[in-house]
Design a binder for this molecule. Structure first.
Ligand code: HEC
Length: 111
């Protein structure tokens, strides 16, 4: 009986740990190819999405230019995507989608 309780507690802890590990990891390591697909679907209405592509909306900086801007980092992009923009609709994204798009934008950096 004691053993059974101990085992189920151990299982419960392992399960909870797996639950927490998943999303956190996904948020840190976005998938640039998924991000590219998402950006080509959602962001291209305004932004140049592929390297060297100009933006449809002249107010929206192309993604490669965002990637090249000084001090650009995953953290800076995360903040940018979480804060409201004057001229950009607040597009709701899941945290893992945001991470994917960030990974994609940063992949456009030339150095
Ligand atoms: C309806 C047009 C529109 C769409 C769609 C759009 N954006 Fe924007 N975005 C803009 C404009 C305009 C700006 C520049 C002015 C501003 O910051 O509001 C901008 C700025 C940005 C910036 C720079 C913010 C900063 O602080 O420098 C990022 C990053 C960005 N957009 C990412 C995205 C991503 C990722 C998507 C797709 C999920 C997206 N945008 C979709 C119009 C758009």
């Amino acid at each position: 009986m004691q053993d059974m309780i101990r085992n189920s507690i151990a299982l419960l802890i392992a399960g909870a740990a797996a639950l927490f590990a998943g999303p956190v990891q996904a948020q840190e390591l976005g998938d640039a190819s998924r991000g590219s697909a998402l950006a080509l679907h959602t962001c291209i209405a305004c932004h140049g999405v592929r390297k060297g592509e100009t933006s449809v909306n002249p107010l929206a900086p192309p993604f490669f230019a965002i990637a090249e801007s000084r001090g650009m980092s995953a953290m800076a992009l995360n903040v940018a995507l979480l804060s409201p923009h004057r001229a950009m609709p607040n597009i709701m994204m899941e945290p893992n989608e945001r991470a994917d798009i960030i990974a994609y934008i940063l992949s456009l950096k030339s150095k």
